[in-house]
Design a protein around this ligand. Structure first.
Ligand code: UDX
Length: 471
């Protein structure tokens, strides 16, 4: 292949919002740096993504020096089939059709004499690595959770630390220099977790590492160097390339977004513009977690009782009989201080100068967005890596106050607790300390993705690695 010809990189995503977002961001970075990127996921996810913007199947969109092409495949289920939410039934079928589809793309590109040079996939679809190996194509994994969480899975898989077990469910776990309580490890590694199937899928991915070119992580060196060093010393090539959402390279393709839900309110930014500096609390629990009605009520009254606090709340309103409703007269009582929406442009919201803090479920995308935009947080994790991220946001990165614990503990956080934490995070000595730390991480994140920064360097090194292996 001539040195000027673009390399073709195939990205395969599990069809869920929290997985598509970071992989799509990576796709845009790679394209902006001159690669021809093919992004594939299911037709259903492709259709959902089209609600956020104008994504079209098989159209080549130029981005920077390269291009991005979507290529969607049919997962074999009707559009409204509820099986997609039952992961242990859905995932084997996804593997069955996905393997055939990925092989077909590889063959098509080879026939056109533009062979795929590398395949990148995210978690929950470890079979993509088998397809790559079968076709002798180098592959890499995008790990869209933290390096600390990656280390926990790595140590568990290789039995490098003691983890809770059925006979000893409450032991602490040593993770580098940090001691995590049993309820602070990624809960899919806990013997009593509710989703053992997902834990197995992630461990399958860890098994693939010995054959991978590298693992790309949506984090940055300055934030997690202890864990990055630790993993590097285990002879895994780990490349911190984040925060992906804040990479200046993706700004040229900001119209390509993967939002599954369209914002129901076009005036969110205008509303934020009308608020004083650092005065608004943003509340969102990501794309999967939904709180029980009683907890929604406690948060609502906590907000009301904290009198002067303004808030923007992304609330998933489910359909009956599981409908979530706000207490009667709630919005009227807030007197214009509050706005409740179904979806919002989260990155733009967090970057807005009127933002004071973020009540978050601590999904890694939300955590990274808050850290890199310098926004202090109140942590309210539900499950999975969120419980570990919450521990880090509070005790390691120093940007948060713990509001709630894992949902598995089934404790309701009272309105008084909500009010107390809100007032603490908004003003006073603790608030200043959190803001100072948040600004420090924001500056470090900007430096990491700038030209010559640590994440930019790792992304360039990754592309060079692929080129070196190109036949
Ligand atoms: C899932 C898991 O729950 C999480 O633990 C894991 O780390 C990643 O996969 P999810 O629950 O969707 O993620 O949360 P999160 O990782 O925070 O991702 C949510 C994404 O949706 C963020 O990028 C956020 O910016 C975006 N979002 C959310 C919006 O753009 N608008 C909204 O209104 C809400």
């Amino acid at each position: 292949m001539g040195s000027k010809a673009p390399i073709h990189i195939l990205l395969v995503s599990y069809p869920a919002q929290g997985h598509i977002n970071p992989l799509l961001r990576l796709a845009k970075c790679l394209a902006a740096k001159g690669s021809s990127v093919i992004f594939t996921t299911t037709k259903k996810a492709g259709k959902d993504m089209q609600t956020g913007c104008n994504i079209t199947d098989k159209t080549v969109t130029p981005i920077g020096d390269g291009s991005l092409t979507f290529n969607f495949f049919d997962d074999g289920f009707k559009e409204d089939d509820p099986i997609r939410t039952n992961l242990s039934d859905y995932t084997p079928q996804l593997e069955h059709v996905g393997k055939k589809h990925v092989s077909k793309i590889i063959k098509n590109y080879a026939d056109l004499k533009t062979p795929i040079s590398c395949i990148i996939n995210n978690i929950f679809i470890p079979w993509v690595c088998d397809v790559a190996t079968e076709h002798k194509i180098p592959f890499a994994i995008l790990w869209s959770e933290s390096s600390a969480v990656f280390t926990a899975y790595y140590n568990y898989f290789h039995k490098l630390a003691r983890f809770p077990s059925k006979p000893e469910p409450y032991i602490d776990v040593q993770l580098c220099s940090l001691l995590l309580k049993h309820n602070e490890i990624p809960d899919l590694l806990h013997p009593f977790n509710n989703y053992p199937f997902l834990g197995t899928l992630i461990l399958e991915q860890i098994k693939n590492l010995s054959k991978a070119l590298c693992v790309l992580v949506d984090t940055y060196e300055e934030l997690e160097h202890d864990f990055i060093d630790y993993i590097s010393n285990k002879s895994v090539v780990i490349r911190p390339i984040g925060p992906l959402f804040n990479n200046p390279k993706i700004k040229c393709a900001s119209n390509i977004r993967g939002d599954f839900v369209k914002s129901d309110d076009c005036n969110i930014i205008e509303w934020l513009n009308s608020k004083p500096l650092s005065s608004v609390v943003y509340i969102s629990f990501g794309t999967i977690v939904s709180l029980p009605q009683e907890q929604v009520n406690e948060i609502a009254y906590g907000l009301l009782n904290s009198k002067q606090v303004s808030f923007l709340w992304v609330l998933k309103v489910k359909t009956p009989p599981n409908e979530i409703v706000l207490p009667d007269g709630f919005l009227e009582e807030t007197n214009g201080r509050g706005k409740v929406v179904k979806w919002g442009p989260q990155v733009e919201v967090l970057a807005h100068p009127s933002l004071a803090c973020f009540i978050t479920h601590c999904g890694w995308n939300s955590s990274m967005e808050a850290i890199a935009l310098g926004v202090p947080v109140l942590t309210f994790p539900a499950w999975g890596d969120q419980v570990t991220n919450a521990k880090f946001l509070v005790d390691v990165f120093g940007v948060g106050i713990r509001l709630g614990y894992s949902r598995a503990e089934n404790k309701l956080v009272s309105r008084d607790e909500v009010k107390k934490c809100l007032l603490e995070v908004m003003a006073g000595e603790k608030a200043e300390e959190l803001k100072k730390n948040a600004i420090k991480w924001k500056k470090a994140a900007e430096a990491a993705v700038a030209v010559g920064g640590s994440s930019d360097w790792h992304l360039n090194a990754f592309i060079e690695d692929i080129k070196k292996r190109d036949p």
